[in-house]
Design a protein. Structure first.
Lengths: 210, 469
């Protein structure tokens, strides 16, 4: 568990130790099983991140799960593979990861709803190609105690004496570095345009000529 | 870049403004909310001192956490009771209509909005649930969102969005007897993969799609998200209009004719340009069953579980994980796999025509010994319609339980769940590890008729042999 404050303001960079969770198509049911969604606040979700995967691996030959390894306690950079966060739209998934301590994710690709949920919380998700991601995971695994630095502005990751270029779309990058990743204020700023949109949509005007 | 498609037209009409970060502010025409993903959004609204901008464009129901045996209040599970009570309080405070238990209109959010006529062509529809893609069946642009975005829609009736590419999925031919929209979509995902649709909206078109009923189109669009596509849609046509006419929230009188004219104008025309196109032949699709732990790991019921050699190299780690988790042997036929639990229901396949198809298989037969089989109508209206034609009796006489409406065993947020290593034949949408409530439970996705066939035989069976019997 982390005591690092939750993201706020401009997010130029995220520094911290890493945790590698390998595998393609890791869905949000695995990140946070549905039984933990029976709540009216997100507050208690941190310890439940990957609950069933962790239980499955606890006693197995390949265990424990990375989230249970002592050297990864306090990690803030999550390193994953393809289509991470697919499935359910539950924001409980990034909420659980954030409350466990994750502040940024690097992977080969992300499911769209998960990606948007992370952005809305100020958690950058950056993309690396397959070969680069495997290299990053290998180096991170070999340097578990090392602090890595994810630079949002230049879309790159540095650590263990190496530097990897990553991809981050211009829109989310701008939102993060300008501190405008929380869209609510921007959306509310356009009251007149919202009213104009309502006025031109036939189904909101009783299908009278508009 | 696409142009002239329904997606482009609806997108353009709903654009409010360009945002500083480069995304588009998109107006949301219909916001559906439920008890799981809304409480924190309302709390966030309160923290910011904001109100709901368009409560009249917001509609609530309760579905995920409701028990399907006794729905008497308070619920036995205090957490479930707290979630529903919170939804009720939030809806009352903000003047949002709530279709609650016993109202005659409660049910799974993606079942009730269409059946009430709330979902209409040309709308943007958002809901804190990934299966919101269902509503695309009407030619709406509909997508799932997270809770922070639910808060944003409550506050501003809009979202910050990036435009998707549009892939046309053209389906020739006709689905054969015993083959349903569920088989079609499982087949599409099998071919294009669970990540194939990331970044895309899927437009489903072609003769096989034109022939589908609205309920079949809903099944198809429902699972677009399982193929990675955040939304899927079908162009509106007379089948769409016939479905909508006379429903409580559908336009009536003079407005009806104007609405139909507008809806027709939205369909992708001959001039439409797509980012890409993939073609399928419906005639060749068999009843399809998943064998693995993603909806893309599906095969025809007459096929064998793919071996590692038959699997693309980059899919092999996932296949190996699936063999271990499912305890199925590569190279073994999927038909004949014994099952423990048979579940008919969900936002994918809990509508009247789904229950009719399953009942046609169950009628005059009986669930195999030792099998737990149950049917959960998708809504109170579906339940009433099914009971009016005696389907509940058909199921009961065949040894199925007939339950109250809700999400039930699709996702294990209520008392319906697998236990231990149980394996289910399920008409739901996800076979993820642990999805149905046991961390070691296993799920085989298939059509409702195929679930009924599995219940009768106690093992995965080709429903076509029962239809011919």
């Amino acid at each position: 568990m982390t005591t690092t404050p939750f993201p706020s303001g401009a997010i130029d960079a995220v520094s911290g130790t890493t945790v590698v969770v390998r595998g393609d198509d890791i869905d949000t049911d695995r990140i946070i099983p549905a039984r933990f969604l029976k709540c009216v606040t997100f507050d208690a979700l941190g310890p439940a991140a990957f609950a069933d995967d962790r239980a499955e691996l606890a006693s197995g030959p390949s265990g424990p799960h990375p989230f249970d390894r002592p050297e990864h306690q306090g990690a803030s950079l999550l390193l994953v593979n393809r289509n991470f966060g697919c499935g359910s739209s539950r924001e409980h998934a990034p909420q659980a990861l954030m409350r466990w301590g994750i502040r940024a994710v690097v992977g080969e690709s992300f499911a769209e709803i998960f990606y948007g949920n992370c952005l809305a919380l100020g958690i950058p998700c950056l993309v690396a190609d397959h070969a680069t991601m495997l290299a990053i995971q290998e180096v991170a695994t070999a340097h578990r105690a090392e602090t890595f630095r994810l630079d949002v502005a230049s879309a790159s990751l540095q650590g263990a004496g190496q530097r990897w270029g990553l991809d981050l779309a211009a829109g989310p990058q701008q939102m993060l570095v300008s501190g405008q990743w929380d869209a609510t204020g921007q959306l509310l700023a356009h009251g007149e345009q919202l009213a104009a949109t309502v006025a031109r949509l036939p189904y909101l005007q009783g299908f009278a000529a508009v | 870049m696409s142009s002239g498609t329904l997606y482009d037209k609806v997108w353009d009409l709903h654009q409010v403004a360009q945002l500083p970060g480069g995304s588009t502010q998109l107006f949301i025409g219909l916001h559906l909310i439920h008890e799981v993903t809304s409480p924190q959004a309302f709390a966030g609204l309160k923290d910011l001192g904001l109100s709901v901008r368009h409560p009249e464009r917001t509609v609530a129901t309760v579905d995920h956490i409701v028990p399907t045996t006794s729905q008497a209040r308070p619920f036995a599970d205090p957490l479930a009771e707290e979630m529903l009570a919170t939804l009720e309080a939030n809806c009352a405070e903000h003047g949002i209509p709530l279709h609650g238990i016993g109202s005659g209109r409660q049910g799974i959010v993606h079942v009730i909005a269409p059946e009430l006529g709330l979902t209409q062509p040309g709308m943007t529809v958002a809901c804190g649930d990934s299966h919101t893609s269902t509503h695309g069946a009407f030619g709406a642009i509909a997508f799932g969102i997270g809770t922070s975005q639910v808060r944003d829609v409550l506050a501003s009736q809009s979202l910050a969005m990036g435009k998707l590419k549009v892939r046309r999925i053209w389906v020739e031919g006709r689905l054969q007897p015993g083959v349903f929209a569920k088989d079609l979509v499982l087949h599409v995902i099998r071919v294009l993969g669970v990540k194939g649709g990331v970044g895309y909206a899927y437009e489903f078109a072609g003769p096989a799609i034109d022939a589908l009923s609205m309920e079949e189109r809903m099944t198809l669009c429902n699972m677009a998200i399982e193929g990675g596509a955040r939304c899927g849609y079908v162009n509106p046509d007379p089948i769409t209009f016939d479905y909508l006419q006379g429903r409580p929230y559908a336009p009536a009188g003079e407005a009806w004719d104007a609405a139909v004219a507008w809806w027709r104008s939205l369909a992708s025309g001959a001039e439409a340009v797509f980012d890409d196109e993939v073609r399928f032949d419906a005639n060749s699709i068999a009843p399809t069953v998943t064998w693995g732990i993603t909806p893309g790991q599906g095969i025809g019921v007459d096929e064998t579980v793919p071996t590692l050699e038959q699997t693309e190299p980059d899919e092999r780690p996932l296949a190996e994980e699936a063999y271990r988790y499912m305890d199925l042997q590569p190279g073994a036929p999927i038909a004949g796999t014994p099952v423990d639990v048979c579940f008919i229901g969900s936002c994918t396949n809990g509508r009247l025509s789904d229950l009719q198809a399953a009942a046609a298989v169950a009628k005059g037969r009986h669930v195999a010994p030792g099998i737990k089989a149950f049917v959960v109508p998708g809504s109170e209206q579906v339940a009433a319609a099914a009971e009016a034609e005696g389907l509940d009796q058909v199921f009961r006489e065949a040894g199925f339980e007939w339950r109250e409406p809700g999400c039930s065993m699709c996702l294990a947020m209520n008392p319906d769940r697998l236990e231990g290593r149980q394996i289910s034949a399920s008409s739901s949408n996800r076979n993820f590890k642990g999805r149905q409530g046991s961390a070691t439970g296993r799920t085989l996705l298939m059509s409702p008729a195929m679930v009924a066939a599995a219940a009768i035989h106690g093992r995965v069976s080709d429903v076509r042999t029962l239809l011919n019997a």
